[in-house]
Design a protein around this ligand. Sequence first.
Ligand code: GDP
Ligand code: MG
Length: 177
Amino acid sequence: TSTGASDYDFIFKLVLIGDSSVGKSNLLLRFTRNEFRLDTQSTIGVEFAYKQLVIDGKKIKTQVWDTAGQERFKTVIPQFYRGSEGALAVFDLTKLDSFDHIPTWIEEVHRHTPSDLPIVLVGNKSDLVDQRKVSREQATALAEELNLSYMETSALNASNVEQAFVLLVTSIYQKKM
Ligand code: GDP
Ligand code: MG
């Protein structure tokens, strides 16, 4: 920027996709503000938030876009994807449907972005151990098939949330170098 030393080296736009109520908004809240909400009402339109990471000594500013309710219609406006450099494809480890819909979401991403876009598959709500419906083996197999990385997170207890974003940003960064 014009104000002398820039406050970051890179800025990456990231998008969160996946079915309603898998925890996308809470992953965003946890990552950018270290907060969690039991009730996150979906607003109309698109929302995003920023968070800076340091990777390989470089200050990387992430701009993370949340679908804010549009995902109920299983599709998102093109502006949502425009300029994005990576995606987190989120499902709920306690909801088989949300896992079954992942290939559809990946197709949707590929329709709007370059085919080599780094994508991390995220199984969220790992804290709900007793309600788990998708095994790590199942998820890992799908990730391999679709050429994605895989992480299990909990926005509730913060487990692996920052790590999932760091994994994604690291892949984007390595692709650029
Ligand atoms: P979105 O529709 O994908 O944005 O999902 P939300 O972030 O709105 O979350 C949907 C519901 O799941 C809310 O009641 C959240 O409090 C809850 N939730 C989100 N993440 C987790 C998690 O990691 N663990 C548990 N137990 N609940 C979660
Ligand atoms: Mg939401």
